[in-house]
Design a protein around this ligand. Sequence first.
Ligand SMILES: Nc1ncnc2c1ncn2[C@@H]1O[C@H](COP(=O)(O)OP(=O)(O)OP(=O)(O)O)[C@@H](O)[C@H]1O
Ligand SMILES: [Mg+2]
Length: 468
Amino acid sequence: MAQILIIDDHDSMREGLDLLLRRRGHTTHVAENGARGMAVLEETGMDLVITDLKMSEMDGLEVLEAVRGRYPETEVLLITAYGTIETAVRAMKLGATDFLTKPFSSEEFAVKVERLIKAKEERERLRRENRSLRVENTYLKERDEGHEAKYGEIVGESAPMQRVFRWIERVARSESTVMVYGESGTGKELVARAIHAGSGRKSGPFVRVNCGALSDSLLDSELFGHEKGAFTGAERRRRGRFELANGGTLFLDEVATVAPQTQVRLLRVLQERELERVGGEDTIPVDVRIIAATNLTPEELLDGNGFRQDLFYRLHVVPLTLPPLRMRKEDVPVLVHHFIDKLRERTCSPVRSVTQAALERLAEYEWPGNVRELENVVEQALVLADGPELDADDLPPFGMRGDTLATGPDPMLDSEGTDLNRVVEGMEERLLRQALSRAQGVKAEAARLLGLKPSALYYKLEKYGIES
Ligand SMILES: Nc1ncnc2c1ncn2[C@@H]1O[C@H](COP(=O)(O)OP(=O)(O)OP(=O)(O)O)[C@@H](O)[C@H]1O
Ligand SMILES: [Mg+2]
């Protein structure tokens, strides 16, 4: 049902129309002159304004012009006295949706109003559909239907990413150990999940261990489990991630950080496919497919970083290196569309599409934080933008990663000036997210990285609505 405003300086006419429309279930507002009517419009958006033509002060044509100028989505129905057809024609030229000449029956009036409202709803529906089609058309339609099932959330049209997709498909079916290389934020975890999802083990568990987030001794018992009393605090026997991943895939993330003693244990499991829990003597067989990941290169891994060569060759069986985003900038548009689609609900954003200018600006940047950094920038833009189309101006300041901040260029003040608070808040939010991500979500550590008291960090996370 519609929101309708009736403007007429004749009380009986205004009240009669009002009653008629309310009986049909519409929400109505009334005003006895144009100025009052405009004030009502200011407060409440209307689907339809019905106005008499001849009124003292602001007449119907002036109302029409004002509504057209300020509320282009609102329909206007003019009511004219018999014999002023010329004015009616003028009104249509000025953009009235329709007019009705007096005298008219209540039936005529009702039919006309319903028709106007239906037409307006239909137009809005089409507009909404068009918008979402525009987002979808750009990439979804081009993706074959099985894409998502096969590769999860990974998107990319560039030649390097097409190679990655083919590679995933081939490797998934095998049981081989996989080593995924790639800079931070290139999608290593997504690839690991896609391999699992495409494998014969897909109905088994996918278990991730972030080797970089755990202390050496904790990692040991996390991976291999422990027996009761194996060390102080081991009050119960506990199964490790290898056992939990039985029949599925174990993803060893940030494997380069594993301590020497744990490397030896890992090597043994990879060779023998069996393990002993920490403090235990029983040998437990494991049926697990291993995928490991690191943001070092193979050379760096072998080159004096304390990584055992024998373990390296056990992991580096089928290697894959994910290309950094700066080497495949043609993927920026599909990624941006993908993130708009993925994040717009969570951010309650009105954004449905993105302009060419915005895409070009995003493609100019080198993205040292790769896809993750791009995703963060799009998320911020979605939060900040207030229209349906994301333009270059809606983009938050980017290229100000914490690690380039000290040496990077100062943010420039251009001729139009800037909004200092917005820039500073944008930076603050980015640094908070980075610190949290680097601290693997451990807030105390993130606070330390930022030189903040934990309480100050909590306050800021709350302020920006960041969840670790
Ligand atoms: N090709 C892609 N398509 C869609 N989303 C992607 C793609 N690559 C990365 N992402 C997104 O970017 C973010 C980072 O990806 P992911 O965690 O897999 O990176 P990573 O290589 O493991 O990074 P790190 O080494 O920092 O852990 C995630 O939110 C992921 O969904
Ligand atoms: Mg990762």
